[in-house]
Design a protein around this ligand. Structure first.
Ligand SMILES: *Cc1c(COP(=O)(O)O)cnc(C)c1O
Length: 234
């Protein structure tokens, strides 16, 4: 795909994002578009970055690291958005600027240790299992505050917000209550944990990003609407 084609995907998406922000009285500039690039090869991803996609999300450490190395760490901001095993903590910390999927204390501790060894402060989001679905990662909504408090003690992690993946529904309006809930949780946890950096809400994908933006998303993770249907699912 050449750059003009990438731009043809990015521009209308940003326009839809801007309209959703306007409806909610928000500034589009306060929202980050993350291209969820699982299964998208480096050669296909690069024109998007060259066309102004600054943020890339990856679900698998091995696939993501290959793209970071191929494309270049400095050319984008790299987000890890998939579920993460503790034994991949060091690699994730080395290659990713943000990790959206911290959902348990042992993982947080491993990331903190890896960040200390790397001499960095790792930006993380706490992932919440909004629908309490057994098929999905994320900590239970009632356990987020405790996790946030424990993470606040870890000096090399900076908790930047919450991430959520609500139960899928073809009608995005049906997902609105989950987005509202994540926003309320963020406000409560920020207040109760005294973590003033806890301000982001990573929520919304191709099917529902407009509703998520109306409900306060500061980061949307969009795959299909940018890159097209995924050919192979891992
Ligand atoms: C794949 C994926 C997305 C993007 O999904 P689309 O429906 O293709 O936009 C967003 N977030 C996560 C965690 C994903 O795995």
């Amino acid at each position: 795909m050449i750059e003009s084609q990438a731009l043809e995907r990015i521009a209308p998406l940003r326009e839809r994002m801007a309209r959703a922000c306007r409806r909610a009285g928000r500034e589009a500039s306060e929202v980050l578009l993350i291209g969820a690039a699982k299964t998208v090869a480096s050669e296909r991803l690069l024109p998007f970055i060259q066309s102004g996609l600054h943020d890339v999300g990856e679900n698998y450490v091995q696939e993501g690291v290959a793209k970071v190395q191929r494309i270049g760490r400095e050319r984008a901001t790299w987000h890890f958005i998939g579920s993460l095993q503790r034994n991949k903590a060091r690699e994730a910390v080395t290659h990713f600027d943000w990790i959206h999927s911290v959902d348990r204390l042992p993982l947080a501790r491993s990331l903190d240790e890896a960040a200390r060894a790397a001499g960095k402060v790792q930006r993380v989001l706490l992932q919440v299992n909004l629908g309490e679905e057994s098929s999905k990662a994320g900590c239970a909504p009632h356990a987020v505050l405790e996790l946030a408090r424990a993470c606040a003690e870890l000096e090399n992690l900076q908790i930047e917000g919450l991430m959520g993946l609500p139960p899928y529904h073809p009608d995005a309006q049906m997902m609105r209550p989950f987005f509202k809930r994540l926003r309320r949780l963020r406000d409560e946890v920020r207040e109760a944990s005294g973590q003033s950096t806890l301000k982001h809400l990573s929520m919304g994908m191709t099917n529902d990003f407009e509703v998520a933006l109306e409900e306060g998303a500061t980061m949307v993770r969009v795959g299909t609407a940018l890159f097209g249907e995924r050919v192979s699912q891992k």
